[in-house]
Design a protein around this ligand. Sequence first.
Ligand SMILES: [Fe+2]
Length: 603
Amino acid sequence: MDRRHFLRTGLAGLSLPALVACGSDGSNTGNTANPGNPGNPVTPSETVDQMLNPAGAFPWGVSSGDPTAEAVILWTALSPRNTNIDQIPVMLEYVLLEEPLADMTEWNSKFQEGPINRLGEFTAFRDRDYTVKVDLGNQALYSNSRFMQGQIPELTGNQALLYRFVAGSQKSRIGHAKTLPSGEVESVKFATLSCSNYPAGLFSVYEMVRREPLDFVVHLGDYLYEGGGGGTELSRNGVARTPNPQKEMVTREDYVLRHQQYKADPELQALHATHPMIAVWDDHEITNDAYKDGAENHQPEEGDYQERKATAIRTYYNWMPLRERFPRDENTLAPDPREVIYRDFQVGDLCSLIMLDTRIVGRDKQAEIMAVDPDRFNPDRQLLGFEQRRWLSDRMFEAKQRNSIWTVLGQQVMFGQLNILEAPQVELLDQKLLGNLVSINMDQWDGYVAERNRVFNLIKDIGIENLVVLTGDIHTSWAIELYENPIALIGGNQLQRSLGVEIVTPSVTSSGFPDEVADLVSTLLPLLNPHIKYSELKTKGFALIEMQREQMNVTWKYAQSITDESLIGVENEAMRKSFTVQRGSNRFDGALPINIPIPSSPF
Ligand SMILES: [Fe+2]
């Protein structure tokens, strides 16, 4: 089919490579292998095989994402025989399960038991890097489709399934996915992740998360890094963990190659195959310390920043299992300019999960790295931007009206105050350290004080009672209670109410805090940060969160090693740290005052 014609007819109103439907009226045609439409037959296997890389058509596995109670995105990418091929037809097979089946050793036999549902054909376009997404269960996706075989499922809450993609005679690995719980929900369990720098270590943490029974995982950004330097002699299965390409990713080809490298990692691929992911980008998906109109790590000789940002975003949308709201540009298949990554999810009556973009869509440039730069208090400076803030306000109102027990903001940079800047002893630190400390703060909400106050006001005005902020970016673990003025707690002002809690997840591999820096300032902070209840600055891991109706349990889990291949997926159990947050308290139960060292390197 002519691609332009196909896009007009098959993708009208759709955001994803379209399902081609089998009835002339676009109606469902039942669960049969090929109910037949003489004008639009399924492409013969031999024809498709000619288009595929004979060494393997699915080297980047499968993934699922953006689950709702009725739908879930299923994703794969095809490897073509050569890149002259414009498009490749692919089909989906899936088996509905009675309950989740996290143990992947059982997937193959369970899949064969069936019954296997078949859906397709879909089209993997070159201009989308031969990636394909299917929004399984989303009826709207299939409107205007012209060809289809198979039954569109009506998925319900907590529906687990196995799936795989088929192109010609080649099949992808099997993946496992599930929809969100719905209705009156007793509990939901998820992990938060961030900062997985491929050359910095093995993805042992991803394997730890894969083994957890979860409803989904939340990736808070820095899923991949733009840097080209190796700096490591690590290898995995004999494959060196040097970045591909071995240069900073700048061009479209660079970004695609880098995404492919990450998706070829065994641990990341297995994680994607096991749990749906809800992902947002931070800066490194584009380049370091990105903001709306520029980035620290973008130089004029690297071309136009807006073009680079658009390239990074386009590639990210192709390679991540995100739901897309707008149809692609017909000629380039680039995302619609109206497309934004902030979006929300409803877990029955238990939790409203609101995912934010504090990085790309509305952020003004970071303040200068001087501790006393008054710009950090400038009321005109924004981190979310007006549009997103209005959207956030609407979502918080909705959460309140629904009586969601927990309102969760998934976002990138530390929200709570890190009161190093006001420390009188800060002048004792050498300039290098001072610069590092301040730059970190300027990139966080501390550098956008007025914007943080606007969010505090939203929480108070709307009356959000159990707020949880999920954070990544800083490569370390923190438990923070959110007060408008935590310094006042020092003076014994116990009347101030905590407005929420923040859970900062450590990195998967990215480096944290040099020992000497941590030691130098570890005595400086505790008195100035009574709201920070826990921190761990050196070890890689993740935060495991179980929300129930009357309490939330948070556990930080840490990897034994990110360099020893024999310890992949092994937890350092002695380091495990847990807190409970009672409904209505916005406090971490059992928290004690601690020494809090300070971060140093750029993140
Ligand atoms: Fe990072």
